[in-house]
Write a protein that binds this ligand. Sequence first.
Ligand SMILES: C[S@@+](CC[C@H](N)C(=O)[O-])C[C@H]1O[C@@H](n2cnc3c(N)ncnc32)[C@H](O)[C@@H]1O
Length: 285
Amino acid sequence: MLQLNCKETERSAKAFVRYPGGKRRLLVFLRRCLPAVEDIDGKYIEPFVGSGAVFFYLRPKRAVLSDINPELIDLYRAIRYAPRQVWAVYKEFGNTKTDYYLVRDKYTPKALVEKAARTLYLNRTCFKGMWRHNREGRFNVGYGGQQRRWVINQEDLVYYSSALRGVELECADFQLLIDRAQEGDFIFADPPYRPGCRECLHSHYVWHQFKYHDYQRLAECLQSAKSRGVRWLMTISSHEDIICLLKGNYALRIPRGTGKMPGILTADSGEVIVSSYLIEGSARL
Ligand SMILES: C[S@@+](CC[C@H](N)C(=O)[O-])C[C@H]1O[C@@H](n2cnc3c(N)ncnc32)[C@H](O)[C@@H]1O
């Protein structure tokens, strides 16, 4: 199992993006279910990357990260190639509620670095790190405060930039990536919860509503990837309509991660891990 030093553990616990439903608090549980990085023969593929908690924990050398949210992927691209420039713009934004609404509603940058700094600022100062857009595609989450703004610093962005070096970044629907996966690749998939669950009801981080049909597509392309020799692990709502799409694989219930520190686990989360390979304690579906 991969060992991290204190600074790296701290950074993987922080992540540069806030994400409701992000997996960093579950890492203590998840890591025993993931393959060691040196056991991934091909590429590590994460088609619903969000804050990339699992990627930044594993730090695989050959990886493809993707998400359907273009603002998020632009942020990753800018952090990868110009972390100091992103920080230079980010730190100049104002500290008040009025400043927040000015940046949100009036500031429309064109260059990648400025766009990324705006996204990072909105993410770190909006209410609970939500990602929600109106029908015109404008970010419309209310102000949340400055408390989480300075939790990250320039050195963190430089660290994340180095972790992203050589990584392929794409803005795409998950199917494109999964259908391309080849023997020896490993996929970690963390799709949005099924419609009707709390995240969807509140549109917390749903860029496009993820519908039952999307779960069917996801299950089909994962099953097909498995038949090509691709290993995968996904975290998903334990609703039986979804679980029954994944017959022949292995399921393990996961406890909820709560509290400020990663890995403080409490009662049942209503989420399960489903994997194409046997994990200790899992049951065959
Ligand atoms: C549960 S979040 C992922 C959280 C991530 N694992 C983390 O630790 O932060 C789900 C992600 O799926 C993305 N998404 C939604 N529909 C998608 C689709 N059809 N294809 C690819 N990504 C999608 C959302 O934008 C969101 O970032």
